[in-house]
Design a protein around this ligand. Structure first.
Ligand code: ZN
Length: 160
């Protein structure tokens, strides 16, 4: 059974950046599961999955446009330090949660000044080419309910 739309696919992966640093790995726990054709995973990886079979192992490098997008410099924003309620000392590179009208968003501290703080709202992996080493562990038909929800239920998916 090859991977195509409306299949639930489980796979183990490691994610490495172009400096060779391993950023994520599923091998410590359960494989990741997703519904193929429903944009549950980044587009470049989903494309590479199509047609693969259980037991297949492969490596794919995905450019930023097919991963988490390019970095957008206007997403680096200057906030008055007075408005910044955060316990303790802030350091560049630190991940923080920022309250916005749309709810909390994750940001990285870019620069700490005396009166202002620059926060970077880009996805931490934006602008990076990503290499995935993938092993397909299971493929099954999606249920009608999973297809209508657009995601996987049960182990590795939504529990509801
Ligand atoms: Zn659901």
């Amino acid at each position: 059974m090859a991977i195509e739309n409306k299949k639930v696919v489980s796979f183990h992966y490691t994610l490495t950046n172009q400096q060779g640093d391993q950023l994520e790995s599923s091998h410590e726990g359960q494989p990741m599961s997703y519904l193929h054709g429903s944009r549950n995973i980044i587009p470049g990886l989903e494309k590479a999955m199509a047609g693969k079979d259980v037991g297949d192992e492969f490596e794919v490098t995905v450019e930023p446009a097919e991963a988490y997008g390019e970095r957008v410099e206007t997403k680096v924003q200057r906030i008055s330090a007075k408005l910044f309620r955060h316990p303790g000392r802030l350091e560049p590179g630190q991940a923080v949660s920022i309250q916005t009208k749309q709810g909390p968003v994750q940001a990285i501290i870019a620069k700490v000044g005396r009166f202002n703080i620059d926060v970077d709202l880009n996805h931490p992996l934006a602008g990076q080419a990503l290499t995935f080493n993938v092993e397909v562990t299971d493929i099954r038909e999606a249920t009608e309910e999973e297809i209508s929800h657009g995601h996987v239920h049960g182990p590795g998916g939504h529990e509801h």
